[in-house]
Design a protein around this ligand. Structure first.
Ligand SMILES: Cc1cc2nc3c(=O)[nH]c(=O)nc-3n(C[C@H](O)[C@H](O)[C@H](O)COP(=O)(O)OP(=O)(O)OC[C@H]3O[C@@H](n4cnc5c(N)ncnc54)[C@H](O)[C@@H]3O)c2cc1C
Length: 482
């Protein structure tokens, strides 16, 4: 039986651990933290279960998270509400069904964007193009084009650009000048067509937890609070992992700690110089600041509220922040998980999460603190009287995300899904070191946040199976009754 070590229990690491254990590999997982889930973990305080991030899944049970769960028989279910989202601007408010490609939804999106009458024909051609995407290839052919340049082929309408920019922030946490059109179209259409924007029952931490329990049921071992120190490579082949407690042999190592940290843990001299140089040039997504509120009343009646300042240019906001200036008004993503799963709080009580994007660089923390203040000042204006119902709150800055992911930054996603870093330009899960693979948002997958990590795990599983299964194993598997 091949021995596999997985480093890290982010969604990618947890998913691949379960998938490989289910296929009969001997899997051992090492996690440096005392909790599972990386950037998609949850914690409990006074009977409230809060996500450490601020999350919703794009395709719930119909996306890769659900697919992994079905393959490994994990205890993971999603609430998939309809309507799911309210977009609020200072002058308007619209509720959206998750079926964002329905004609009425598209018209609403155009209205909320405040599209100018004379730009309507271009906007409609754009919508038609989006609706007609039916195969992955229809979208990914635009991988190397920025979403902004893609939009300009149809319309320069400022309102449409603003709205598409907000979705770029929600999906990839990068502005549309950087976002890959292929990745954007594929992810948006997948989310809008499945209509299953969802929330995992039990909180986001349940995703990794359910996968790791499935891994253990198939004989895998999970070691929390045992960080990997180095990856040992001999004659170009991985041979094991050194942790804080000792050395463990392995035939294969799958690393969920990001490409740059993986290279550092194995030693740069194990890789061709060009591989290391390319990895150093890769950029991460932006970061985020968040506030978690425990409330004694329901804040609103829908699962997600998105606040969009009127006429706001998100790219300009981000440029200001990169110069250390905090813009006055900022978009806010506000999921209320208890509107999906009431068991996350004591009866009648609620969890409200709020988050907004800031640069991921930890040196931006002072400015990010000002943004946190501004977000907290805006929320009572959106939800009058809410201050009187706050039982406790928890503000988190960039270092909190670093504490979850451990990459030395406050990045929300992992590598930025920019037009020069997706598809063929995304790192392959197979590294130049034999037996060493990458998993998670740095390698191989597509999609939004946690779903990208799960998609990457599915790809790594296929690669490992095709590279290690003998013809006898394939025959034996085919004979298993289903
Ligand atoms: C504020 C916020 C909001 C978000 N909103 C959404 C959303 O709405 N929808 C969505 O789908 N996604 C969202 N995401 C993004 C999503 O959480 C991440 O993209 C995804 O969870 C990343 O998974 P990953 O597998 O790449 O690994 P990570 O989560 O980065 O996990 C890496 C793991 O490796 C571990 N590790 C690091 N070093 C070592 C070591 N030396 N030894 C052992 N273990 C180590 C870490 O502790 C961690 O557990 C959000 C994230 C944040 C922070």
């Amino acid at each position: 039986m091949k021995k596999v070590i997985v480093i890290g229990t982010g969604v990618g690491g947890a998913a691949v651990s379960a998938l490989l254990a289910q296929k009969g590999f001997s899997v051992t997982v090492f996690e440096r933290s005392d909790f599972e889930g990386g950037k998609a973990a949850s914690y409990e305080r006074d009977g409230f279960v809060c996500d450490m991030g601020v999350h919703f899944t794009a395709r719930g049970s119909n996306g890769p998270l659900g697919e992994v769960a079905r393959l490994v028989d994990a205890d993971l279910r999603f609430c998939e509400p309809d309507p799911v989202m309210r977009i609020v601007t200072p002058s308007r408010s619209y509720d959206f069904s998750p079926h964002l490609l329905r004609p009425l939804s598209l018209v609403k999106q155009a209205l909320i964007a405040g599209v100018k009458a004379w730009n309507l024909p271009g906007a409609l051609r754009l919508f038609r193009q989006i609706v007609n995407i039916s195969r992955e290839r229809d979208a990914t052919v635009h991988d190397s084009v920025s979403m902004r340049d893609f939009l300009l082929r149809y319309t320069g309408d400022e309102g449409i650009h603003r709205l598409v920019n907000i979705f770029s922030g929600l999906m990839f946490v990068i502005p549309l000048e950087d976002a890959s059109a292929g990745e954007y179209l594929w992810s948006f259409v997948g989310m809008a067509r499945t209509g299953s924007l969802g929330y995992p029952i039990g909180g986001f931490g349940q995703i990794a937890r359910s996968y790791l329990r499935a891994c253990e049921r198939n004989g895998g071992e999970v070691h929390l609070k045992e960080g990997a120190r180095s990856i040992r490579v001999e004659n170009g082949k991985v041979v094991g992992v050194e942790t804080e407690k000792g050395f463990y042999e392995a035939d294969l190592v799958v690393s969920n700690v990001g490409i740059r940290k993986t290279i550092a843990m194995a030693g740069e001299d194990c890789f061709p110089a060009s591989y290391t140089a390319d990895a150093k040039k890769l950029r991460d997504s932006l970061g985020a600041v968040t506030v978690k509120y425990a409330l004694d009343r329901r804040p609103f009646d829908i699962p997600i509220l998105v606040y969009m300042p009127e006429d706001m240019d998100w790219s300009r906001n981000m440029e200001m922040m990169s110069r250390g200036e905090a813009p006055e008004d900022i978009p806010i993503f506000l999921p209320c998980p208890t509107n999906c799963d009431p068991s996350l709080a004591p009866p009648g009580k609620h969890v409200l999460l709020a988050g907004t994007a800031v640069p991921a660089d930890l040196s931006a923390s002072d400015m990010a603190d000002t943004i946190l203040d501004r977000m907290e000042r805006r929320i009572p204006k959106l939800l009058p009287g809410i201050e009187k119902h706050i039982l406790w709150k928890h503000r988190t800055n960039l270092s909190y995300i670093d504490g979850m992911g451990g990459r030395g930054a406050g990045e929300v996603i992992g590598l930025a899904q920019s037009y020069d870093q997706v598809g063929e330009n995304k790192p392959d899960p197979r590294t130049p070191v034999e037996g060493l693979y990458l998993v998670g948002c740095d390698a191989g997958g597509r999609g939004i946040g946690t779903e990208q990590a799960a998609d990457s795990a599915l790809k790594v599983r296929e690669m490992i199976l095709s590279e290690t299964q003998t013809p006898e194993m394939v025959v034996a598997e085919a004979q298993v009754p289903r």
